[in-house]
Design a protein around this ligand. Structure first.
Ligand code: MG
Length: 381
């Protein structure tokens, strides 16, 4: 029987991973969430994990009291996430927390030799070189959970990596596809949270509406598959059926398709290389009838352009872009800034904060903090 620890178990990815675990009798050895103690309690009662962790330390006593009659050890904070990551209590760690917070647990799991199913893209955006170097040193696999990266990973199976020419990273285009900046001036939080194809948490849904999500995925792909920027083509594909594709030297393009349902990539990451029955719908191409492909609009969606630029700059630039975006999205959700200001703040942070080399976790954290402080300062002005 396979076993998994899940960081971010009450989020959209985490709950779908639990559905996969139920279906395939995967033992759940740890659950962890930011603050939802109600859901954590339910998960502990259903799966009886060895560990449960709540990131917000003020909720620790509440969770511990609720779980006093169970055998589950209750943890909290970053130390709790890292204790789970290092514990080796499961064969694989699913990291599906939101944001830079996921980086330290990822690095901890790698140094403990635990394979990772990675849904936390900010981990690779902010600390890509650290994570990939550490994983290479330990000869540890990182299984991508992001649907596009899972697709690329699947298209690479059975082929010679050295004959890969480029990848085609598909993007749904988000809820504001076809709009201009003038159209987007008065976008509300509710409109930005209304994604046409995917049902996800609020941070990633906003990132999808600004195309920041594709920018983060661009950088994520670079690290996961060791690519140069010119080997990554972003293509808008409104139906989210082709989850991404790869092109080989012989001009063959291999794509991975399916209905837009995260359970497929989650399950592939957890059960790799097996392809077992998945609790989702089969794809009917004739129901779709037509699939469309277009170039992205980098003028309207400047977050994508900024991420591409940050990747060219290298060093701390992607971490700065990511930190600025996390702060700007939080401010937008709090209704403190407008929709278009998200892209402006991310671009300004990359432009104005001095770049530097990243050599350890602390330098990533410093770049991230500086970007957040920069955004806070700009908003306060
Ligand atoms: Mg994705």
């Amino acid at each position: 029987m396979k076993s998994v620890s899940i960081l971010g178990s009450t989020g959209s990815i985490g709950e779908q991973a639990l559905e996969v675990a139920r279906r395939h009798n995967i033992a759940v050895r740890a659950v962890a969430a930011n603050s939802s103690v109600d859901k954590l309690e339910q998960q502990v009662r259903e799966f009886a994990p060895k560990y449960a962790c709540v990131y917000e330390e003020s909720r620790y006593t509440d969770l511990k009291t609720r779980l006093a009659d169970t055998d589950t050890t209750v943890l909290c904070g970053m130390d709790g996430l890292c204790e789970i990551a290092a514990s080796g209590c499961a064969e694989i760690l699913l990291n599906s927390v939101v944001g830079m917070v996921g980086l330290k647990p990822t690095l901890t799991a790698i140094s403990a030799g635990i394979p990772i199913a990675l849904a936390n893209k900010e981990t690779l955006v902010a600390g890509g070189s650290l994570v990939m170097d550490a994983a290479k040193e330990k000869n540890l696999p990182i299984y991508p959970v992001d649907s596009e990266h899972s697709a690329i990973f699947q298209c690479l199976q059975g082929n010679d990596r050295s004959q890969l020419r480029k990848i085609i990273l598909t993007a749904s285009g988000g809820p504001f596809f076809g709009k201009t900046k003038a159209d987007l001036r008065d976008v509300t939080v509710e409109q930005a949270l209304n994604h046409p194809n995917w049902s996800m948490g609020s941070k990633i849904t906003i990132d999808s509406s600004t195309l920041m999500n594709k920018g983060l995925e661009f950088i994520e792909a670079k690290w996961l598959f060791d690519l140069t920027p010119d080997q990554i083509e972003v293509v808008v594909h409104r139906q989210s059926v082709v989850h991404s594709a790869v092109e080989y030297d012989d001009c063959s393009v291999i794509a991975q398709m399916g209905v837009p349902d995260m359970k497929i990539p989650i399950q592939y990451a957890l059960l790799y290389p097996n392809r077992l029955e998945c609790p989702t719908k089969p794809l009917s191409l004739t129901d779709y009838g037509m699939l469309t492909f277009e170039k992205p609009d980098l003028d309207t969606f400047d977050c994508l352009r900024t991420c591409m630029h940050a990747m060219e700059l290298g060093g701390a630039a992607p971490a700065i872009a990511n930190g600025a975006n996390e702060a700007a999205v939080a401010a937008f959700l709090d209704r403190k800034i407008s929709f278009l200001q998200i892209g402006e703040l991310v671009a300004a942070a990359v432009e104005q904060i001095p770049n530097r080399q990243l050599d350890c976790y602390e330098t990533v954290l410093a770049a991230d903090s500086e970007a957040r402080a920069f955004v806070a300062e700009q908003i306060a002005r």
